[in-house]
Write a protein that binds this ligand. Structure first.
Ligand code: CA
Length: 226
């Protein structure tokens, strides 16, 4: 899951970044409305956390322009203004949720989970295939056959999640690359091989029959053994 955080209060921004990273979200942080709009238009995100009171362009304007450009990324708006008018305006301008400051971090996480889930075209699938299952709560990959489990790193988790969402399908390298590392990641291009090899080692450790198969020139697929 990749999130764009548009918040000009540095302290709050860095606290939210830490929190989100801990919850295994990939976070890009920007500090004004213009950058927020730029990044939201050019990058691919699962959600945008958008402050209302921002330098250069306010959150409502950012949101309005995003929707005008047919960008349907779920948006969670944050604001110190808590009036009913703002709340109504935010929702009619296309916000998916409106969270008045100050808020509890648990509240923010619940909202974020709700709006990103809502954004799925199909109901959330169980993160399991063959004899492995991935636990969202502790980030562990388990093999139901052997009963073994192992903790995954943040990137490994994201990659495994992607594979488990479409077992048997070849995922093009570019698609994986974009989902996990975002655009403009030439420097990290080879990381995909590295992370796939990490996951393969872990699958072997678990004694799983699930394989990550490389199809030359095409991409990778998760294959469920018999
Ligand atoms: Ca602000």
């Amino acid at each position: 899951m990749r999130v764009l955080l548009v918040e000009d209060e540095k302290g709050l921004s860095s606290a939210l970044q830490k929190l989100l990273q801990k919850e295994r979200y990939e976070v890009d942080a920007v500090y004004n409305g213009t950058d927020g709009l730029d990044w939201a238009l050019t990058e691919s995100y699962d959600a945008v956390i958008l402050d209302v009171m921002l330098p250069e362009m306010d959150g409502f304007e950012v949101l309005r322009r995003l929707r005008e450009e047919k960008i349907t990324t779920p948006v969670l708006m944050l604001t110190a203004r808590g009036s009913v008018e703002d709340r109504v305006y935010g929702l009619t301008a296309g916000a998916d949720y409106y969270l008045p400051k100050p808020f509890e971090t648990s509240e923010l996480m619940a909202c974020l989970k709700a709006i990103t889930r809502r954004g799925d075209a199909v109901p959330r699938m169980k993160l399991a295939a063959g004899d492995v299952e991935l636990s969202e709560s502790d980030g562990k990959l388990r093999c139901t056959g052997t009963g073994k489990e192992i903790k995954l790193g943040a990137k490994e988790y994201q990659l495994m999640e992607l594979f488990l969402r479409s077992p048997g399908q070849i995922l093009p390298r570019e698609t994986i690359q974009e989902r996990i590392w975002g655009y403009d990641s030439e420097a990290e291009y080879n990381n995909l091989e590295v992370y796939v090899s990490f996951l393969r080692k872990k699958l072997t450790f678990l004694g799983s029959s699930v394989k990550l198969k490389a199809s030359r020139g095409l991409g990778y697929s998760l294959e469920v053994g018999e």
